[in-house]
Design a binder for this molecule. Structure first.
Ligand code: FEO
Length: 395
Protein backbone atom coordinates (compact mmCIF):
# COMPACT_ATOMS: atom_id res chain seq x y z
CA UNK A 1 0.00 0.00 0.00
CA UNK A 2 1.30 3.48 -0.92
CA UNK A 3 2.00 6.29 1.53
CA UNK A 4 -1.11 8.44 2.06
CA UNK A 5 -1.35 12.20 2.40
CA UNK A 6 -3.16 13.41 5.51
CA UNK A 7 -2.56 17.09 4.70
CA UNK A 8 0.12 19.18 3.02
CA UNK A 9 3.47 17.94 4.39
CA UNK A 10 2.04 15.14 6.53
CA UNK A 11 2.05 11.56 5.21
CA UNK A 12 0.97 8.22 6.65
CA UNK A 13 3.95 5.94 5.98
CA UNK A 14 2.91 2.85 7.92
CA UNK A 15 2.52 -0.87 7.25
CA UNK A 16 -0.67 -2.93 7.30
CA UNK A 17 -0.28 -6.39 8.84
CA UNK A 18 -3.35 -8.20 7.53
CA UNK A 19 -2.29 -11.67 8.67
CA UNK A 20 -1.00 -11.22 12.22
CA UNK A 21 -3.21 -13.13 14.63
CA UNK A 22 -1.38 -12.83 17.96
CA UNK A 23 0.40 -9.99 19.76
CA UNK A 24 2.98 -10.54 22.50
CA UNK A 25 2.37 -14.28 21.90
CA UNK A 26 -0.74 -13.73 24.02
CA UNK A 27 -3.37 -11.35 22.67
CA UNK A 28 -5.63 -12.44 19.80
CA UNK A 29 -5.69 -10.09 16.80
CA UNK A 30 -8.83 -11.25 14.98
CA UNK A 31 -8.54 -8.38 12.49
CA UNK A 32 -4.75 -8.08 12.12
CA UNK A 33 -3.22 -4.68 12.88
CA UNK A 34 -1.22 -1.81 11.44
CA UNK A 35 2.00 -0.09 12.50
CA UNK A 36 1.49 3.57 11.64
CA UNK A 37 4.48 5.81 11.04
CA UNK A 38 3.98 9.44 9.97
CA UNK A 39 6.30 11.68 7.97
CA UNK A 40 6.07 15.40 8.79
CA UNK A 41 7.90 17.66 6.33
CA UNK A 42 8.38 21.27 7.47
CA UNK A 43 9.97 24.08 5.46
CA UNK A 44 13.35 23.39 7.12
CA UNK A 45 13.34 20.02 8.83
CA UNK A 46 11.70 16.63 8.37
CA UNK A 47 10.57 14.29 11.13
CA UNK A 48 9.42 10.68 11.11
CA UNK A 49 7.02 9.91 13.95
CA UNK A 50 7.53 6.29 15.05
CA UNK A 51 8.57 3.46 12.73
CA UNK A 52 7.16 -0.02 12.02
CA UNK A 53 7.50 -3.59 13.22
CA UNK A 54 10.90 -4.88 11.99
CA UNK A 55 9.27 -7.70 9.99
CA UNK A 56 7.74 -4.96 7.82
CA UNK A 57 10.84 -2.77 7.53
CA UNK A 58 10.82 -3.06 3.73
CA UNK A 59 7.42 -1.39 3.56
CA UNK A 60 8.69 1.67 5.43
CA UNK A 61 11.84 1.72 3.32
CA UNK A 62 9.73 1.83 0.17
CA UNK A 63 7.59 4.68 1.53
CA UNK A 64 10.76 6.67 2.18
CA UNK A 65 12.46 5.85 -1.13
CA UNK A 66 12.18 9.45 -2.38
CA UNK A 67 12.72 11.15 0.96
CA UNK A 68 16.20 12.70 0.83
CA UNK A 69 16.59 13.61 4.50
CA UNK A 70 15.08 12.87 7.86
CA UNK A 71 16.33 15.13 10.64
CA UNK A 72 14.38 13.70 13.54
CA UNK A 73 12.94 10.30 14.37
CA UNK A 74 10.31 10.86 17.04
CA UNK A 75 10.18 7.76 19.22
CA UNK A 76 6.96 8.00 21.21
CA UNK A 77 7.17 4.47 22.64
CA UNK A 78 10.04 1.98 22.89
CA UNK A 79 8.12 -1.25 22.27
CA UNK A 80 9.59 -2.79 19.13
CA UNK A 81 6.48 -2.65 16.93
CA UNK A 82 7.11 1.13 16.82
CA UNK A 83 10.80 1.50 17.58
CA UNK A 84 12.20 -1.67 16.02
CA UNK A 85 13.06 -0.07 12.69
CA UNK A 86 14.78 3.01 14.18
CA UNK A 87 18.27 1.47 13.69
CA UNK A 88 17.49 1.04 9.96
CA UNK A 89 16.37 4.69 9.66
CA UNK A 90 19.49 5.90 11.52
CA UNK A 91 21.59 3.96 9.03
CA UNK A 92 19.66 5.30 6.00
CA UNK A 93 19.87 8.92 7.25
CA UNK A 94 23.22 9.30 8.96
CA UNK A 95 22.51 12.81 10.30
CA UNK A 96 19.18 11.94 11.86
CA UNK A 97 18.61 12.16 15.61
CA UNK A 98 16.17 10.21 17.73
CA UNK A 99 13.87 12.40 19.86
CA UNK A 100 12.26 10.80 22.91
CA UNK A 101 11.22 11.35 26.52
CA UNK A 102 14.02 11.21 29.14
CA UNK A 103 12.69 7.86 30.41
CA UNK A 104 12.82 6.39 26.90
CA UNK A 105 16.51 7.13 26.37
CA UNK A 106 17.97 4.28 28.40
CA UNK A 107 15.22 1.98 27.14
CA UNK A 108 16.15 2.68 23.51
CA UNK A 109 19.78 1.96 24.37
CA UNK A 110 18.84 -1.28 26.16
CA UNK A 111 16.33 -2.53 23.59
CA UNK A 112 17.92 -1.39 20.33
CA UNK A 113 21.56 -0.69 21.14
CA UNK A 114 21.27 2.99 20.09
CA UNK A 115 24.17 5.26 21.00
CA UNK A 116 23.88 8.23 23.30
CA UNK A 117 25.14 10.71 20.70
CA UNK A 118 22.16 10.12 18.43
CA UNK A 119 19.46 10.60 21.05
CA UNK A 120 17.90 13.92 22.11
CA UNK A 121 15.47 13.97 25.03
CA UNK A 122 12.55 16.37 25.31
CA UNK A 123 10.72 17.52 28.41
CA UNK A 124 6.97 17.60 28.85
CA UNK A 125 5.65 20.57 26.84
CA UNK A 126 8.90 21.13 24.91
CA UNK A 127 8.67 22.07 21.21
CA UNK A 128 10.81 21.35 18.17
CA UNK A 129 10.60 23.59 15.12
CA UNK A 130 10.56 22.08 11.64
CA UNK A 131 10.30 25.57 10.09
CA UNK A 132 6.69 26.24 9.26
CA UNK A 133 5.57 23.28 11.39
CA UNK A 134 6.11 22.66 15.10
CA UNK A 135 6.16 19.44 17.06
CA UNK A 136 5.17 19.83 20.70
CA UNK A 137 5.73 16.86 22.99
CA UNK A 138 3.31 15.94 25.74
CA UNK A 139 4.42 13.29 28.19
CA UNK A 140 1.63 10.73 28.52
CA UNK A 141 3.21 8.02 30.68
CA UNK A 142 1.76 4.54 31.18
CA UNK A 143 -0.04 4.07 27.89
CA UNK A 144 1.11 1.38 28.45
CA UNK A 145 4.83 1.75 29.25
CA UNK A 146 6.39 4.39 31.54
CA UNK A 147 8.20 6.33 28.81
CA UNK A 148 5.32 7.01 26.41
CA UNK A 149 4.66 10.44 24.94
CA UNK A 150 2.27 12.11 22.52
CA UNK A 151 3.19 14.64 19.81
CA UNK A 152 1.07 17.65 18.88
CA UNK A 153 1.36 19.32 15.48
CA UNK A 154 -0.60 22.53 16.15
CA UNK A 155 -0.36 24.02 12.64
CA UNK A 156 -2.21 21.04 11.17
CA UNK A 157 -4.30 20.32 14.30
CA UNK A 158 -3.09 16.72 14.58
CA UNK A 159 -2.11 14.80 17.69
CA UNK A 160 -0.03 11.62 17.34
CA UNK A 161 -0.69 9.24 20.23
CA UNK A 162 1.10 5.94 19.41
CA UNK A 163 -0.66 3.02 21.24
CA UNK A 164 -2.90 5.42 23.19
CA UNK A 165 -6.38 5.62 21.57
CA UNK A 166 -5.33 3.09 18.91
CA UNK A 167 -6.95 -0.13 17.72
CA UNK A 168 -5.71 -3.39 16.23
CA UNK A 169 -7.41 -3.29 12.84
CA UNK A 170 -5.88 -3.97 9.44
CA UNK A 171 -7.77 -1.75 7.01
CA UNK A 172 -7.11 0.08 3.78
CA UNK A 173 -9.14 3.01 5.16
CA UNK A 174 -7.05 5.90 6.48
CA UNK A 175 -9.84 7.36 8.60
CA UNK A 176 -12.15 5.84 11.21
CA UNK A 177 -15.08 8.20 10.54
CA UNK A 178 -17.97 7.33 12.86
CA UNK A 179 -17.54 3.57 12.49
CA UNK A 180 -18.60 2.06 15.86
CA UNK A 181 -16.55 -1.02 14.99
CA UNK A 182 -13.35 1.03 15.40
CA UNK A 183 -14.43 2.08 18.90
CA UNK A 184 -15.14 -1.58 19.72
CA UNK A 185 -11.66 -2.57 18.50
CA UNK A 186 -10.15 0.28 20.53
CA UNK A 187 -12.04 -1.04 23.58
CA UNK A 188 -10.48 -4.47 23.04
CA UNK A 189 -7.04 -2.86 22.85
CA UNK A 190 -7.68 -0.75 25.96
CA UNK A 191 -8.93 -3.85 27.81
CA UNK A 192 -5.95 -5.98 26.87
CA UNK A 193 -3.08 -3.63 27.71
CA UNK A 194 -4.22 -0.24 29.04
CA UNK A 195 -6.72 -1.23 31.75
CA UNK A 196 -4.12 -1.66 34.55
CA UNK A 197 -3.14 2.01 34.04
CA UNK A 198 -6.66 3.45 34.26
CA UNK A 199 -5.76 6.21 36.73
CA UNK A 200 -2.74 7.40 34.72
CA UNK A 201 -4.88 7.45 31.60
CA UNK A 202 -7.43 9.70 33.34
CA UNK A 203 -4.64 12.29 33.70
CA UNK A 204 -3.42 11.81 30.15
CA UNK A 205 -6.93 12.36 28.79
CA UNK A 206 -7.15 15.63 30.74
CA UNK A 207 -3.87 16.74 29.16
CA UNK A 208 -5.23 15.97 25.69
CA UNK A 209 -8.44 17.88 26.42
CA UNK A 210 -6.32 21.00 27.03
CA UNK A 211 -5.00 21.12 23.47
CA UNK A 212 -6.74 21.74 20.17
CA UNK A 213 -6.79 19.18 17.36
CA UNK A 214 -9.06 17.78 14.67
CA UNK A 215 -7.27 14.47 14.07
CA UNK A 216 -5.95 11.79 16.42
CA UNK A 217 -3.31 9.74 14.60
CA UNK A 218 -2.46 6.61 16.64
CA UNK A 219 0.18 4.06 15.69
CA UNK A 220 -2.30 1.17 15.36
CA UNK A 221 -5.55 1.30 13.40
CA UNK A 222 -7.21 4.13 11.48
CA UNK A 223 -6.84 7.87 12.17
CA UNK A 224 -9.69 9.32 14.22
CA UNK A 225 -11.10 12.19 12.16
CA UNK A 226 -14.06 12.55 14.54
CA UNK A 227 -12.01 12.50 17.75
CA UNK A 228 -14.86 13.07 20.20
CA UNK A 229 -16.05 9.48 19.76
CA UNK A 230 -12.82 7.85 20.90
CA UNK A 231 -12.11 10.46 23.60
CA UNK A 232 -15.51 10.10 25.24
CA UNK A 233 -15.34 6.29 24.98
CA UNK A 234 -11.96 6.26 26.74
CA UNK A 235 -13.24 8.69 29.38
CA UNK A 236 -16.08 6.27 30.10
CA UNK A 237 -13.79 3.20 30.24
CA UNK A 238 -11.37 4.82 32.70
CA UNK A 239 -14.11 6.36 34.86
CA UNK A 240 -15.25 4.82 38.15
CA UNK A 241 -18.63 3.88 36.64
CA UNK A 242 -19.43 0.16 36.56
CA UNK A 243 -22.26 -1.55 34.67
CA UNK A 244 -25.06 -3.77 35.82
CA UNK A 245 -23.32 -6.77 34.29
CA UNK A 246 -22.14 -10.16 35.53
CA UNK A 247 -19.21 -11.75 33.68
CA UNK A 248 -18.97 -15.53 34.04
CA UNK A 249 -15.75 -17.16 32.82
CA UNK A 250 -16.21 -20.92 33.27
CA UNK A 251 -15.20 -24.36 32.18
CA UNK A 252 -16.76 -27.74 32.86
CA UNK A 253 -15.49 -31.34 32.76
CA UNK A 254 -18.60 -33.51 33.28
CA UNK A 255 -21.29 -30.81 32.80
CA UNK A 256 -21.99 -30.30 36.52
CA UNK A 257 -20.31 -26.87 36.63
CA UNK A 258 -21.90 -26.01 33.28
CA UNK A 259 -25.34 -26.87 34.69
CA UNK A 260 -24.69 -24.56 37.66
CA UNK A 261 -23.47 -21.73 35.42
CA UNK A 262 -26.50 -21.99 33.16
CA UNK A 263 -28.85 -22.05 36.13
CA UNK A 264 -27.24 -18.98 37.72
CA UNK A 265 -27.17 -17.11 34.41
CA UNK A 266 -30.94 -17.67 33.96
CA UNK A 267 -31.59 -16.66 37.56
CA UNK A 268 -29.65 -13.42 37.08
CA UNK A 269 -31.37 -12.56 33.80
CA UNK A 270 -34.74 -13.22 35.47
CA UNK A 271 -33.72 -10.61 38.07
CA UNK A 272 -32.88 -8.01 35.40
CA UNK A 273 -29.12 -8.50 35.40
CA UNK A 274 -27.38 -8.97 32.02
CA UNK A 275 -24.82 -11.78 31.85
CA UNK A 276 -21.83 -12.48 29.61
CA UNK A 277 -20.67 -16.13 29.76
CA UNK A 278 -17.31 -17.28 28.43
CA UNK A 279 -16.62 -21.00 28.02
CA UNK A 280 -12.86 -21.00 28.36
CA UNK A 281 -11.92 -23.91 26.11
CA UNK A 282 -13.09 -21.79 23.14
CA UNK A 283 -13.31 -18.20 24.42
CA UNK A 284 -11.23 -15.36 23.00
CA UNK A 285 -9.49 -13.88 26.05
CA UNK A 286 -9.66 -10.43 24.43
CA UNK A 287 -13.46 -10.64 24.68
CA UNK A 288 -13.24 -11.68 28.31
CA UNK A 289 -11.01 -8.66 28.97
CA UNK A 290 -13.46 -6.37 27.15
CA UNK A 291 -16.35 -7.62 29.28
CA UNK A 292 -14.30 -6.81 32.39
CA UNK A 293 -13.80 -3.14 31.39
CA UNK A 294 -16.89 -2.01 33.32
CA UNK A 295 -18.66 -5.10 34.73
CA UNK A 296 -19.73 -4.85 38.38
CA UNK A 297 -19.45 -8.57 39.15
CA UNK A 298 -17.48 -11.63 38.06
CA UNK A 299 -18.68 -15.15 38.91
CA UNK A 300 -16.05 -17.82 38.32
CA UNK A 301 -17.32 -21.27 37.32
CA UNK A 302 -14.76 -24.02 37.86
CA UNK A 303 -14.61 -27.74 38.45
CA UNK A 304 -11.87 -29.00 40.76
CA UNK A 305 -8.72 -30.50 39.23
CA UNK A 306 -5.68 -31.47 41.32
CA UNK A 307 -7.70 -30.23 44.32
CA UNK A 308 -7.72 -26.66 42.90
CA UNK A 309 -9.34 -24.67 40.09
CA UNK A 310 -9.11 -25.90 36.50
CA UNK A 311 -5.87 -24.54 34.90
CA UNK A 312 -7.90 -22.57 32.32
CA UNK A 313 -9.66 -20.78 35.16
CA UNK A 314 -6.35 -20.17 36.95
CA UNK A 315 -5.04 -18.59 33.74
CA UNK A 316 -8.00 -16.23 33.30
CA UNK A 317 -7.89 -15.24 37.00
CA UNK A 318 -4.19 -14.47 36.61
CA UNK A 319 -5.08 -12.21 33.65
CA UNK A 320 -7.94 -10.49 35.50
CA UNK A 321 -5.67 -9.89 38.50
CA UNK A 322 -3.07 -8.28 36.21
CA UNK A 323 -5.65 -6.16 34.35
CA UNK A 324 -7.14 -4.78 37.61
CA UNK A 325 -10.68 -4.18 36.29
CA UNK A 326 -13.21 -2.07 38.18
CA UNK A 327 -15.05 -5.15 39.53
CA UNK A 328 -16.89 -4.68 42.85
CA UNK A 329 -18.16 -8.19 43.58
CA UNK A 330 -17.23 -11.78 42.93
CA UNK A 331 -18.31 -15.36 43.66
CA UNK A 332 -17.06 -18.85 42.84
CA UNK A 333 -19.32 -21.70 41.81
CA UNK A 334 -18.56 -25.23 40.64
CA UNK A 335 -18.52 -28.93 41.26
CA UNK A 336 -15.83 -31.21 42.73
CA UNK A 337 -15.30 -34.97 42.81
CA UNK A 338 -14.11 -35.78 46.33
CA UNK A 339 -12.47 -32.68 47.88
CA UNK A 340 -11.60 -29.12 46.86
CA UNK A 341 -9.42 -26.17 47.70
CA UNK A 342 -10.65 -24.20 44.67
CA UNK A 343 -11.94 -21.23 46.69
CA UNK A 344 -8.76 -20.86 48.72
CA UNK A 345 -6.50 -21.20 45.68
CA UNK A 346 -8.53 -18.77 43.53
CA UNK A 347 -8.53 -16.18 46.34
CA UNK A 348 -4.72 -16.37 46.44
CA UNK A 349 -4.59 -15.75 42.68
CA UNK A 350 -6.33 -12.36 42.78
CA UNK A 351 -4.76 -10.12 45.43
CA UNK A 352 -5.12 -7.04 43.19
CA UNK A 353 -8.91 -7.33 42.90
CA UNK A 354 -10.51 -5.33 45.69
CA UNK A 355 -13.78 -7.20 45.54
CA UNK A 356 -16.46 -8.25 47.99
CA UNK A 357 -17.19 -11.98 47.88
CA UNK A 358 -20.95 -12.49 47.67
CA UNK A 359 -20.97 -16.20 48.43
CA UNK A 360 -19.45 -19.31 46.93
CA UNK A 361 -21.51 -22.31 45.83
CA UNK A 362 -19.65 -25.59 45.52
CA UNK A 363 -21.26 -29.00 45.24
CA UNK A 364 -19.93 -32.56 45.37
CA UNK A 365 -20.81 -34.31 42.12
CA UNK A 366 -23.91 -33.27 40.19
CA UNK A 367 -25.88 -30.27 41.52
CA UNK A 368 -28.88 -31.17 43.69
CA UNK A 369 -31.88 -29.19 44.97
CA UNK A 370 -29.84 -27.52 47.70
CA UNK A 371 -27.31 -26.38 45.08
CA UNK A 372 -30.01 -24.63 43.05
CA UNK A 373 -31.39 -23.05 46.22
CA UNK A 374 -27.91 -21.70 46.98
CA UNK A 375 -27.56 -20.39 43.41
CA UNK A 376 -30.90 -18.57 43.75
CA UNK A 377 -29.61 -17.00 46.97
CA UNK A 378 -26.43 -15.93 45.17
CA UNK A 379 -28.49 -14.35 42.36
CA UNK A 380 -30.51 -12.47 45.01
CA UNK A 381 -27.33 -11.26 46.69
CA UNK A 382 -25.92 -9.99 43.39
CA UNK A 383 -29.19 -8.23 42.53
CA UNK A 384 -29.36 -6.60 45.97
CA UNK A 385 -25.78 -5.34 45.75
CA UNK A 386 -26.29 -3.98 42.24
CA UNK A 387 -29.51 -2.23 43.32
CA UNK A 388 -27.96 -0.79 46.48
CA UNK A 389 -25.22 0.78 44.40
CA UNK A 390 -27.43 2.52 41.86
CA UNK A 391 -25.39 5.68 42.35
CA UNK A 392 -22.31 3.99 40.93
CA UNK A 393 -23.91 1.36 38.77
CA UNK A 394 -25.84 2.03 35.56
CA UNK A 395 -28.83 -0.24 36.33
FE1 FEO B 1 2.09 -0.98 19.83
FE2 FEO B 1 3.09 -0.95 23.04
O1 FEO B 1 3.26 -1.24 21.24
Amino acid sequence: MNAKEICDGVLWTGAIDWDRRLFDSLLPLPEGTSYNAYLVQGSEKTALIDTVEPMMADVLKEHLAKVKKIDYIISQHTEQDHSGTIPMILEMYDRSIVVCSPKAKSMLIDHLGLIDARIKTVEDGESLSLGDKTLRFIHTPWVHWPETMTTHLPEDRIVFTCDFLGSHIATSELYAGDDPHVIEAAKRYYAEIMMPFRKAIQNNLKKLREIEFDLIAPSHGPVHNHPEGILSAYEDWVSDRVSNLVVIPYISMHRSTETMVNYLASALVARGIPVQKFELSTADIGEVAMALVDAATMVIGTPTVYVGPHPSIASVIHLANALRPKLKYTAIIGSYGWSTKAVEQISELMPNLKVEVLGNVLCKGHPQDETFTALNALADAIRNKHMMNLKNIAY
